[in-house]
Design a protein. Structure first.
Length: 253
């Protein structure tokens, strides 16, 4: 059985973390023989066979950790101005903010009153600002990159990423509203809600970035014609960049 088809069958079997653990050797073996493009195609074929995007999300969730073990961490060597290089470097900045968010959540959870975490509250405001600033990152993906991937015949993975963007946007807005409205609620309730919303972002935004770095972006590099990347970069420039975009991107405010 081709590795792609084998992986599709395995994905269908994974209903829980327990299932994923039981078939870990099979997953690692399949991932070792399948390219990111074929992995994206397997996901797309499952959608075409009638599995919904939400079901794909549920299938993929338990095996993300297996993917982390099975997929190599080597990054493609790209020009600093290449759209994919810009997006991946922005991902590094976002992941750093998620690490800081996790640290702050722990300190807030251990404290008893707002006065004990004044420095952490200030840091939370900065983190929230940077997470919301990533909107231009998502917009560039949705309006410049995804259409070219879809034009090359790969439609499933971008659709799933768009769905996740919407869910993540809502949670980032919820985090900002929680931080801005903290004076109106009891500290214990604030700490509890922060762990809930922040924990969601740490887990799900982190997984989202992993999937884009290791499946979607390599698929794009394989599927999108070389001459298309100049047009994508021009569209990136028109949309603009994040406050934390490295020098490889043309900073627009």
């Amino acid at each position: 059985m081709p590795a792609k088809n084998e992986l599709k069958e395995i994905l269908k079997e994974i209903k829980s973390a327990k299932d994923a653990e039981a078939i870990k050797p099979r997953v690692k073996k399949s991932l070792g023989r399948i390219s990111p493009s074929d992995l994206a195609l397997a996901e797309q074929e499952l959608l075409e066979e009638g599995i919904t995007m939400q079901e794909i999300r549920q299938l993929c969730g338990p095996h993300i950790e297996l993917m982390r073990e099975g997929i190599g961490s080597g990054k493609p060597e790209l020009d600093p101005h290449h759209p994919i290089q810009i997006l991946m470097e922005e991902h590094e900045a976002i992941l750093q903010n998620l690490k800081e968010l996790e640290k702050v959540m722990g300190r807030v959870d251990r404290a008893k009153v707002y006065e004990q975490v004044e420095r952490e509250l200030k840091k939370l405001e900065e983190i929230s600002h940077h997470l919301l600033e990533a909107e231009s990152h998502h917009k560039r993906e949705e309006e410049a990159l995804f259409p070219e991937i879809e034009g090359a015949g790969v439609t499933g993975p971008p659709a799933v990423m768009r769905m996740e963007h919407e869910e993540l946007r809502a949670k980032k807005r919820e985090l900002r509203e929680l931080i801005e409205g903290r004076d109106k609620i009891d500290y214990n309730l604030f700490a509890s809600k922060l762990c809930e919303v922040g924990g969601y972002l740490v887990k799900n935004l982190g997984d989202h970035i992993f999937k884009e770095n290791n499946i979607l972006y390599p698929t794009a590099l394989h599927a999108v014609a070389p001459e298309k990347w100049r047009t994508i970069k021009q569209r990136f420039d028109e949309i603009g960049y994040c406050c934390f975009t490295p020098a490889s991107g043309e900073h627009h405010g």
